[in-house]
Design a binder for this molecule. Structure first.
Ligand code: NAD
Ligand code: IPM
Ligand code: MN
Length: 356
């Protein structure tokens, strides 16, 4: 087994170091190889996703990814921006199915910005389509408008776009995931306004007929955003498009206490996967040693379960995370009165200790 380690930028390097430390003490038989990606790769090689990094990721059984991006690259030409690295990996590896489980640990009910009774016991799974939608739709660009409200002015445009097979395959993923949980799927769309999401809704409904044991309902994305903070426990599996999933999963993160608690798995049809926290490179706290490494450590657990066929090792990591939270250890993002504030490395060390 080979794991490609791509720490990236900002807190990416800090949190991935902790996840690697945790993986190493498990004493599993795997090789790792580390490579630069994002802004770090741009600095070294002039490109955020060098061919060698892409090849390493493609040839590996799984990829452990930190985060990419920094404000200082925001003025580069788009193909050279760090974010293109993660988008390029998703596209090139065909990682169309993104799993973002939002679980509120009992120990963290007071870290959430919502009332404890709303989040206590929360366990929802957001399934985000990851290689289509307005993120990848062509054409896109900037030009001088020849029509519209202001002909002759500069305009920019992107294309929201989904094909039937793209919707079918993510719908199957969602229904199959629901079968292993409470057999409920909420499909989130904007079919009241957008053609793309009318097709989405029609196709999800059709595929749903093949899963009569799973209850399917549909919700518009604006209402879903509201319901997520009003009564999040009413959801179980949520399936949605790339952009809505991006936004809703960050909102769901706060139900768990912090974005630093939300892991993710991005899978292709061969169960090859890329595992990364749902958050970014957090330039505002990078280098300070305070980032929460738990989302990345939990992503490594998802990697062991989904791509490396090591469910026991995955469960051991999850138990160790639970144990450190029970011990009262908290990075600043999940700190609440009466608990003990620790940094990134101390948190990682505590997980390692709990594993032993
Ligand atoms: P962000 O997720 O990096 O940070 C948002 C806020 O959450 C910040 O206040 C940050 O300090 C906090 N935060 C994030 N992760 C944390 C952690 N583990 N522990 C404690 N606090 C944490 O989002 P942003 O600020 O909008 O974006 C920063 C950069 O990251 C941008 O360049 C963006 O494009 C990039 N980004 C990359 C990825 C990725 O690599 N997959 C994901 C999201 C954003
Ligand atoms: C995420 C991030 C990425 C996305 C960016 C960095 C391209 O926000 O993984 O959620 O929008 O998918
Ligand atoms: Mn995001």
């Amino acid at each position: 087994m080979k794991i490609a380690i791509l720490p990236g930028d900002g807190i990416g390097t800090e949190i991935v170091a902790e996840a690697v430390k945790v993986l190493k003490v498990l004493d599993l038989k795997f090789e790792t190889e580390t490579a630069l990606v994002g802004g770090a790769a741009y600095e070294a090689f002039g490109h955020p996703l060098p061919d060698a990094t892409l090849k390493l990721a493609k040839d590996a059984d799984a990829v452990l990814f930190g985060a990419v991006g920094d404000w200082k690259y925001d003025t580069l030409d788009r193909p050279l921006r760090p974010e293109q690295a993660i988008l390029g990996l998703r596209k090139n590896l065909g990682l169309f199915a993104n799993f973002r489980p939002a679980i509120c640990y009992a120990q963290l009910v007071d870290a959430s910005s919502l009332k404890r009774e709303l989040v206590s016991g929360l366990d929802i799974l957001i399934i985000r389509e990851l290689t289509g939608d307005i993120y990848f739709g062509q054409p896109r660009g900037r030009r001088i408008a020849t029509d519209g409200h202001f002909p002759g002015s500069e305009e920019a445009f992107d294309t929201m776009r989904y094909s039937r097979p793209e919707i079918e395959r993510i719908a199957h993923v969602a229904f199959q995931a629901a079968r292993k949980r409470s057999k409920r799927v909420t499909s989130v769309d904007k079919a009241n306004v957008l053609e793309t999401f009318q097709l989405w809704k029609d196709v999800v409904t059709e595929i749903g007929l093949q899963y009569p044991d799973v209850a399917l309902d549909h919700m518009y994305v604006d209402n879903a955003a509201m319901q997520l903070v009003r009564a999040p426990k009413k959801f179980d599996v949520v399936v949605t498009g790339n952009m809505f999933g991006d936004i809703l999963s960050d909102a769901a993160a706060m139900l768990t206490g912090s974005i630093g608690m939300l892991p993710s798995a991005s899978l292709n049809d061969k169960n090859q996967g890329l595992y990364e926290p749902s958050h970014g490179s957090a330039p505002d706290i990078a280098g300070k040693g305070v980032a929460n490494p738990l989302a990345t450590i939990l992503s490594a657990a998802m990697m062991l379960r989904f791509s490396l066929n090591q469910p026991e090792a995955a469960a051991r990591i999850e138990k160790a995370v639970d144990a450190v939270l029970t011990q009262g250890l908290r990075t600043p993002d999940i700190y609440s009165e009466g608990t003990q504030k620790v940094g990134t490395v101390e948190m990682g060390d505590a997980v390692v200790k709990a594993l032993n």
